[in-house]
Every structure is written in C-alpha cells, then in structure tokens.
Design a protein around this ligand. Structure first.
Ligand SMILES: Cc1cc2nc3c(=O)[nH]c(=O)nc-3n(C[C@H](O)[C@H](O)[C@H](O)COP(=O)(O)OP(=O)(O)OC[C@H]3O[C@@H](n4cnc5c(N)ncnc54)[C@H](O)[C@@H]3O)c2cc1C
Length: 459
C-alpha cells in the first residue's frame, strides 16, 4: 500500500495524536525503563504470571529453559525474565584451562594446545532463547544487569542495567522469583563473571591472563582448594618444563581444606610434582606489592619470605552474591556465610513465591553437582507450584533431600586427577574419563541451549 492510498483517510484529527505519540516515544521508553512494572509493560500480551530468574549461571539458565519448555499453556500464560550481568553462560568449571593461551581450533583434546578459548567458555544466550519468542510471542525477556535490591513484600527487584552510556536502574515486578545468583571467588580473578562487569569484562580479564601467562617465566597460584589445584595442574601440564610454577597452600597439603583422606591429598601432591609444580604448603600470601614488571608476595607460615613473580593468581575464598537480599532472609551463621535461608522445598524462609537454588541457597556445600541435584527437584517443584496457583489450591511441594556427603573430583591437568566420593578415593583414570579431558565443555553448549543438565540428558 502506497502512502497516497491511505492519505485520503488520514485527517489532521488523526495525525496530531500520532505525531505527539512519536515525539513522546523517547520519553515513554525512559519511563518504561524506570517503571515498577517493567516486565509486564514490555510484553506484547499481558502474561498471567511473570517469573523473574536472577542469575544466568548453570541454575538460572537451566531453570529459565525448563519453565519455558515445560509449563503448559493452560497452567499459566508465563513470562520469564532472566536478569544477570552476563549475556552469555560462562562455563566456569572449565575456567582453569581458560587461563592458558588457546588455539580455538584444537582445544578439546588432551593432546591439543593448552588453553580453552572463549568459544569453549562462553555461550551467548539470546540466540538460544529466541525460540520462545517465535511468531511474535513475548514469553522471554533478557535483562543484562545486576540485582541491587529485592523487596519481597512489594514483589519487586531493582536492577542496575549494564552497558549503555549512562547508568540506569530499573525496577522489575514479579509474581514468582528464583534467586540463582551463585557465588564469586574473592579477588576479582575471572573464575566467575566479574562482580565489576559482565561478559565482555570477564573475557577481557581472561585474555589479559592468557597473554601474561604466555609471556611469564615464573607463575604463582595461591589456594589449596579445587580452583587453585586445578589451575596449577593446567599450568604444570602445559609449562612445567619451561616455566617455574608454584602453588602456595595454607593447609598442610593440597585439597586438605575439604577434609579428604590423606591418600587423596598425597595423590594431589604427587601429581602436581609430577607435572613440575612446586607446592609450598602451610604457607599463606599475607601481602602483595607490584614492583615494576613483578609482583612481590609476602609469605607467612611455614615459609616466611618474599617471592617475586611475573604472574600471581589468587584462587581462594568464596563469597555469595546475595548482597541485594534483605538481611532477614539471609543465613549469617559461620556456615551460612550470607546465603539465602532456604527451606527444603527450595523456597526462601517466609516467602512461598521466592525459590532459591545453587550456590546462593544455604542447603548444601556450593558445587555444580549439588546445584544439579537441586535443579532436578526444583524443576518439578515449580510446575506443581504453578499448577496449584492456577487451580487456586495450596501447593503440595516435596522436600529436597539435601545430602551432605563428601564429593570432591579434581582434575590435575588434562591427563587425570584425584578425588573422593564418600570414603572412596577416585583413581586418576576415572577423573580423566569423567572430567579432566573436556572439563564439561563437551556438553556445556547443550546446557546453555536448555537440552540437558550435567546429570540429566533429557531436560
Ligand atoms: C574455577 C571453578 C571450577 C569449578 N569446578 C567445579 C566442578 O568441577 N564441579 C563442581 O561440582 N563444581 C565446580 N565449581 C563450582 C560451580 O561452578 C558452582 O557451584 C556453580 O557454578 C553454581 O552455579 P549457580 O548457578 O548456583 O551460580 P553461579 O555459577 O555462580 O552463577 C551465578 C549467576 O548469577 C549472576 N549474578 C551474580 N550476582 C548477581 C546479581 N546481583 N543479580 C543478577 N545476577 C547476578 C552471575 O553473573 C551468574 O550469572 C567450580 C567453581 C569454580 C570457580
């Protein structure tokens, strides 16, 4: 249809409001960004029920997919809003190999080049969720930003939007909330999405480490837990014969922090030594100072000295991303460490419409395995909950059997590793088969696409 065709029917009476609306569009957009009903206003059709998912780590991504794939239309016209600073899933389990220089073409075998490139670590989410908005549906919305304040009584979350030229905060309304904001490693090292940025900043930080590690002659990793041991193992495997690699461990031996058997600790020590890593046990890094091209570490404990290195990587300490949650919902005990007080139904204490899972919940030790176990129960739980709401009946929710058993599986280089399940020590070959070869990069893309979880191939 040409403009001439419609012109006879367009009188000035109709044109004026249209022009005013056009002129007001930027203002309307701005108002929408700061409106308390952001989610509802930006959808094409008003949803019956808005689920806001905070966090796009394993839990948030898996649950957002599951809700969109499995909630029957007669239960709820559902909208899912995914809020996270990262617009790509960061497969952080593989991060220890992601610190090493990479050749993107041949990184997924033990015999390939040492590092994982960004293509193995980051999985952009928008294309993987686009299917839910096919044919003009508006069932899914991605908000790249960080939750800064939760008001559980008003059922709103304030979100600081990432990107753009000016800082914007918007308020998102929810019917049901899932808190899946996980954890960070202390020190701003990109083992997780950086707390000071999003995907781009995390990729840039990793790239800087790859460049520095490639050029270094001397590298120090601090931390005797899984992250430190795995990173030292990767560095030893790639550079043990050509660079000096040291691992500083405050406990008596690597992995002792988990209370694993002495045999497992000694196996870790032996494997690291075999890869050319020098383990300095019973010692902690008490201070750091940059002097020219070097970082000078002050060591305290069994070894009290200073140590100059080209690259220092702190890989210890965990904090939980719950700063936006009101204090009354947090477990501030020594073991809770500020995580959300979570009932066995995977609901927050006192609020039936707030669900919590993964590292942010205070039910179990933070691990992908535990998060996966929780998500299997939570996925069914949310369907029961939504059906009961639709039927205006009380929801009969089951209880998550939060196991506290010891499960530690640590890769030490791409060729194997060690670990313990219950009282059983794991053989290095088993670690190679189950973990060390690929560090989960062989299925991370499927998790991002919502077709599986680590332990469930039918999602
Ligand atoms: C290097 C490393 C290796 C690991 N290897 C293993 C392993 O081999 N096996 C194992 O079982 N476990 C492993 N873990 C632990 C495992 O990664 C975590 O337990 C798992 O990632 C938890 O998933 P999650 O979704 O709960 O949280 P996270 O993965 O921490 O994801 C949290 C999400 O929330 C976002 N977020 C943070 N703050 C906010 C906010 N205020 N608002 C909105 N979004 C926010 C984050 O950006 C992220 O998207 C490893 C951890 C590290 C660091």
């Amino acid at each position: 249809m040409l403009l001439d065709d419609i012109a006879p029917y367009v009188t000035p009476y109709y044109i004026l409001p249209s022009l005013l609306a056009l002129a007001a569009l930027p203002l309307l957009r701005k108002a929408t960004r700061s409106s308390p009903t952001f989610a509802a206003q930006t959808s094409a059709a008003m949803p019956d029920h808005t689920v806001v998912v905070l966090g796009a780590g394993f839990v948030g991504v898996a649950m957002a997919h599951h809700l969109l794939k499995h909630t029957p239309a007669d239960v709820a016209s559902l909208k899912v809003v995914l809020v996270a600073p990262n617009d790509a899933l960061y497969w952080n389990v593989a991060a220890p190999r992601g610190f090493l220089p990479a050749d993107d073409d041949k990184v997924d075998s033990a015999k390939g080049t040492p590092g994982f490139g960004d293509d193995k670590l980051f999985y952009p989410l928008a294309p993987l969720f686009a299917k839910y908005n096919a044919s003009g549906a508006a069932r899914f919305e991605q908000l790249v930003g960080r939750a800064t304040r939760l008001d559980p009584d008003a059922q709103t979350v304030d979100v600081a939007i990432i990107g753009g030229t000016s800082s914007t905060t918007t308020t998102v309304a929810y019917d049901t909330l899932l808190v899946a904001t996980g954890s960070d490693i202390v020190g701003g090292v990109p083992f997780k999405i950086l707390s000071s940025g999003g995907t781009a900043e995390t990729k840039a930080a990793l790239a800087a480490y790859r460049a520095a590690i490639g050029a270094a002659k001397h590298i120090v990793v601090a931390g005797g837990g899984m992250t430190g041991v795995e990173l030292a193992g990767e560095l030893g495997s790639a550079y043990g014969k050509t660079k000096a690699i040291q691992l500083i461990v405050s406990e008596a031996a690597p992995l002792a922090v988990y209370g694993v058997k002495d045999g497992v600790q000694q196996q870790a020590l032996g494997q690291l030594k075999g890869l050319g890593v020098t383990v300095v046990a019973g010692t902690r890094v008490a201070g750091t100072e940059v002097q020219g091209q070097k970082t000078v570490l002050t060591l305290e404990g069994k070894t009290s000295d200073t140590l100059a290195t080209d690259v220092y990587i702190p890989a210890f300490g965990i904090t939980f991303n719950t700063q936006f949650v009101p204090a009354k919902l947090l477990d501030t005990s020594a073991t809770g460490k500020g995580r959300v007080r979570t009932r066995k139904t995977l609901q927050a204490e006192g609020y039936d419409n707030i669900f919590v899972a993964g590292d942010a919940a205070n039910l179990q030790a933070p691990s992908l395995k535990n998060a996966d176990d929780q998500v299997q129960v939570l996925s069914a739980q949310l369907q029961t909950y939504l059906k009961a709401l639709a039927a205006k009946e009380p929801a009969a929710l089951s209880e998550f059997p939060a196991g506290q058993g010891l499960v530690v599986a640590v890769s030490i280089g791409p060729g194997g590793g060690t670990g313990q399940v219950g009282s059983w020590r794991l053989f290095s070959f088993l670690l190679w088969v189950l973990k060390a070869r690929f560090l989960g990069t062989n299925y991370a893309g499927e998790i991002a696409a919502g077709t599986r979880t680590p332990g469930n191939s039918k999602w």
